[in-house]
Design a binder for this molecule. Sequence first.
Ligand code: CA
Length: 234
Amino acid sequence: MEQTKKTILIVEDERAIVDIIKFNLMREGYDTLEALDGETGLELARTKDPDLILLDVMLPKMNGFEICTALRDGGSAVPIIMLTAREEETDKVFGLEAGADDYMTKPFSMRELMARVKANIRRRNFSYGASAGAGSLITAGSLTVNPVTFTVTKNGSPVELTQKEYDLLHHLITARGVVFSREELMQKVWNYAYFGDMRTVDVTIRRLREKIEDDPGKPALIMTKRGVGYYFAE
Ligand code: CA
């Protein structure tokens, strides 16, 4: 069966950067879409359903954080890699809070970018093609996590999670009852030695609860241990 080409949307207002990224992506066998301002980027993300988005932060009309937030609020789980010229820690926090999966600071090497694109696309790619034996399924009440296909269902219906939401859920559900601090989760799920505040973890927990809890206001699955961290109910 023919493997359809993956389409990458590049949202970046510097023509020269768009061109070099596009050249490298096409050489790796990807199709590309491009937007030079934020509004066009959001429009293309919504109408063209790309397989991954490379999203600049500083953009005309609408910035990268706003686009990312708008897509996630709209239920999109498309992998998003934020690109920024700034090295500020706050950018990383904003990007992760907005629901980005990964983050690169300019200038970055094209080789590194291509590696990140491949890694961030792999999970989605895989989840459509693979099938898992029932023995590998993890269940908690009406919730089922399939670690082979990286898919989650609730009452039999698919739940669309971003990569980080999935990774966080998987980390918690495979160690039920174990309380993890925000720092531990940041380290394990985001792989960052992280010195900033831990709002990213709280925001991702909140998004996850909205998707998997019957009543996100009274969670029965992902529990808060006040002053300590989070755990999955036993
Ligand atoms: Ca820019």
